[in-house]
Ligand binder design. Structure first.
Ligand SMILES: CC(C)(COP(=O)(O)OP(=O)(O)OC[C@H]1O[C@@H](n2cnc3c(N)ncnc32)[C@H](O)[C@@H]1OP(=O)(O)O)[C@@H](O)C(=O)NCCC(=O)NCCS
Length: 159
């Protein structure tokens, strides 16, 4: 899967998105260290062991580079950044029953705004799945010749 490039200086604002989700009972919040084991277990159940490894790295940063979407105390989605490499976005996932409500977009934008605040001008979506999602939400473009790119040493990719 190739990588994509995002212009952080042209990011859509988030002003309307968070209140809209809140109206549907969904909050976007930064992960907290005391929830680490629970969050990694959720990611193991709903994503993959590779994603658990990446998310674990996020907990070694301050602030933790992982955002959650929650309904009450229940996790319904997550997004990582600065995990596989500095300035990379991903992995991310929204529970299937909660998709198409704007949660994936909110998690993506929240993470990219955090990278923008760190001073980056561009960000990279690492090893994309749904290319059209990233094109639509943040105008991401494919990086030529980026497959397998940084993932060439990922043992799990060969399984
Ligand atoms: C990709 C994913 C995170 C999107 O989450 P989501 O909450 O359903 O997305 P949103 O509701 O925020 O969608 C925002 C917009 O993108 C569009 N979109 C969502 N998924 C899309 C897809 N797979 N392809 C094209 N467009 C998509 C939506 O229709 C929506 O458009 P609109 O603003 O015109 O209504 C979610 O589908 C998911 O978890 N997929 C499985 C894991 C995965 O592929 N992760 C990415 C690895 S790189």
């Amino acid at each position: 899967m190739p990588d994509m490039l995002v212009k952080l200086y042209e990011l859509p604002e988030m002003d309307d998105i968070l209140p809209q989700l809140y109206g549907h009972g969904i909050e976007i919040r930064r992960a907290m260290a005391p929830d680490k084991i629970r969050i990694l277990a959720w990611i193991g159940e709903h994503s993959s062991q590779g994603a658990v490894g990446e998310a674990d790295v996020c907990f070694s940063h301050t602030p933790i580079s992982l955002f959650l979407a929650t309904r009450g105390n229940e996790i319904v989605g997550y997004a990582c950044y600065n995990a596989t490499a500095p300035n990379f976005f991903g992995p991310t996932r929204v529970l299937e029953s909660e998709q198409k409500k704007g949660i994936g977009k909110a998690l993506l934008l929240q993470s990219l705004h955090a990278l923008r605040a760190q001073g980056y001008a561009y960000a990279i979506i690492g090893g994309v799945g749904p290319q059209q999602f990233y094109e639509k939400v943040v105008g991401a473009t494919l990086i030529e010749g980026s497959k397998p790119g940084i993932y060439k040493d990922y043992l799990g990719a060969k399984e």
